[in-house]
Ligand binder design. Structure first.
Ligand code: ZN
Length: 74
């Protein structure tokens, strides 16, 4: 799963990040200005929580899709 975010440094390009790898401390760079994006140690827990929440939504969506035309929202 790759997410494109606008480069916060040059705003001329997008940086492709993989949230799970980001949460594990990987860094991603802008192809235009080469700035590197990574997560500060102090923010790592927030990112991990966000990634987990995203995965939970994704699983929930898959469940709803399996229920077809009669989804039951909780
Ligand atoms: Zn850039």
């Amino acid at each position: 799963m790759l997410i494109n975010i606008e480069c916060p440094a040059c705003q001329q390009d997008t940086i492709k990040i993989e949230p799970h790898m980001l949460a594990q401390g990987a860094s991603f760079s802008c192809p235009t200005c080469l700035v590197k994006i990574s997560v500060a140690q102090s923010s790592k827990n927030d990112i991990v929580k966000g990634v987990e929440a995203y995965d939970a939504y994704k699983n929930r969506l898959a469940e709803l899709q399996e229920q077809g035309n009669a989804p039951e929202l909780m």
